[in-house]
Design a protein around this ligand. Structure first.
Ligand code: HEM
Length: 386
């Protein structure tokens, strides 16, 4: 039965969401809804013109497209809604920076709260941060607790120990991942951020990172390609972002951050076959080694071997500096569970076999953060505001 038209307001927060949004709109058009189409473009994106053309075409043509699975579900919500006005906030891909991959250079900032800071001032200073596609901000459990709010699934990073293995927790209040092409610009921006936050937050750690190698994916400093088995497209989106729940949670992401310090010299003198068996892939062609030892890193972390499968979106980058050299391991997830399952198995807590990576590398930091969705050029902190 065809229902009476209901005004549907589709708010396209970013053109990056257009693939999904347009299909949703096509479905709603097919169901006879009227449109009020608003396109927001707060971030630099070369596809914006293209997105606008699409949007206009949608309004004039009322064309119908084959719905994708998630789009179909959302369209069904539209069809079944009794509301007279329905606002569809599409924020699934609010963080194109996460989906875009690793930049040429990056800077990681970790902050703790200043002693005695007021909740209002602390919240206001984070709310004032300018957000664009060159920054990802993560909020730690200590900060959510200070604000008196609650984020389901957010917790402090667990310190773990397994056979011969120590994994520290260095949980901070606030974490920023600054991304760019120019190291100088990152320095200027990070100084401005630290200055704007200084009354409420103390800068605890700064790590500069870079992309190694000219492949699309980054290499670890060992020379192995990192990120091969990352989910892509819709799978990346599904792995990295909260898909359902209240506005303020949908489109948010959780991130696990660990600084791993390598002993590159001890690794480089190992015979090639031994290096390959530590990783579980051949350095020469990146092929997976089926009969690698159980301790091989990719055997420990094989995402499909967990029940349910434990997919994460890794965006790690090499670093080098006074604190040594190694990998800033960064993994985004719709929860922190997939990462934690992998980490526990790496520590040997499942079967007593620690990851062979520990032969030449060890983590010196560990933090969990919640990355709120973005509205315009501000974080959407409605979930944690009391
Ligand atoms: C010294 C630190 C680390 C280094 C050098 C490293 C390096 C690598 C490399 C070279 C690969 C193979 C290619 C790829 O699929 O990306 C890989 C895979 C992977 N790593 Fe790591 N990694 C490190 C730490 C971690 C940690 C702490 C975790 C999670 C707890 C993790 C999770 C994964 C996952 C999920 C895969 C893909 C496994 C699959 O499904 O095949 N890695 N890593």
């Amino acid at each position: 039965m065809r229902r009476a038209p209901i005004p549907v307001e589709l708010e396209f927060v970013q053109p990056f969401t257009f693939g999904v949004a347009i299909r949703l709109a096509y479905n709603a058009a097919a169901a006879g809804f009227k449109f009020l189409l608003r396109v927001y473009h707060s971030m630099k994106h070369t596809d914006f013109g293209h997105a606008q053309t699409h949007a206009k075409q949608l309004v004039t043509d009322r064309r119908i497209d084959q719905p994708g699975p998630r789009c179909f579900a959302t369209a069904a919500d539209v069809v079944h809604s009794e509301a007279h006005t329905l606002c569809a906030y599409i924020m699934m891909q609010q963080r194109p920076s996460i989906l875009l991959g690793v930049p040429r250079v990056a800077r990681y900032l970790s902050f703790s709260s200043q002693p005695g800071v007021s909740t209002t001032a602390s919240l206001a200073s984070v709310q004032e941060l300018d957000i664009d596609e060159q920054i990802v901000v993560g909020i730690g459990e200590p900060l959510v607790a200070l604000w008196g709010g609650a984020v389901d699934e957010l917790r402090g990073f667990p310190a773990l120990s397994g056979p011969g293995v120590e994994i520290p927790s260095t949980q901070h209040a606030l974490w920023c991942w600054l991304r760019g092409d120019d190291q100088g610009e990152l320095v200027i921006r990070s100084n401005a951020i630290a200055d704007s936050l200084q009354d409420e937050f103390r800068l605890e750690q700064v790590v500069d990172a870079f992309k190694y190698g000219d492949a699309e994916l980054s290499l670890d400093l060992t020379g192995y390609e990192d990120g091969t088995e990352n989910p892509t497209g819709d799978d990346a989106n599904a792995a990295a972002f909260v898909q359902e729940g209240a506005q303020g949670m949908v489109g948010s992401s959780f991130v696990a951050v660990q600084q791993w310090v390598h002993d590159l010299r001890s690794f480089s003198v190992l015979p090639q076959i031994e290096q390959d068996h530590i990783i579980g892939r051949r350095k020469s062609d990146n092929a997976e080694i089926e009969d690698a030892p159980l301790s091989a890193h990719v055997k420990r972390t094989e995402q499909e071997s967990f029940e349910p499968p434990a997919f994460v979106l890794r965006r790690s980058m090499p670093f080098a500096g006074a604190s040594g050299e190694g990998l800033m391991f960064v993994a985004f997830g719709k929860t922190l569970d997939a990462f934690e399952l992998q980490l526990r198995r790496m520590a040997g807590l499942e079967d007593g076999i620690p990851d062979a990576l520990f032969r030449f590398s060890h983590p010196v930091t560990g933090g969990y953060y919640w990355c709120p969705p973005v509205q315009g050029d501000r974080l959407d902190l409605s979930t944690v505001k009391m």
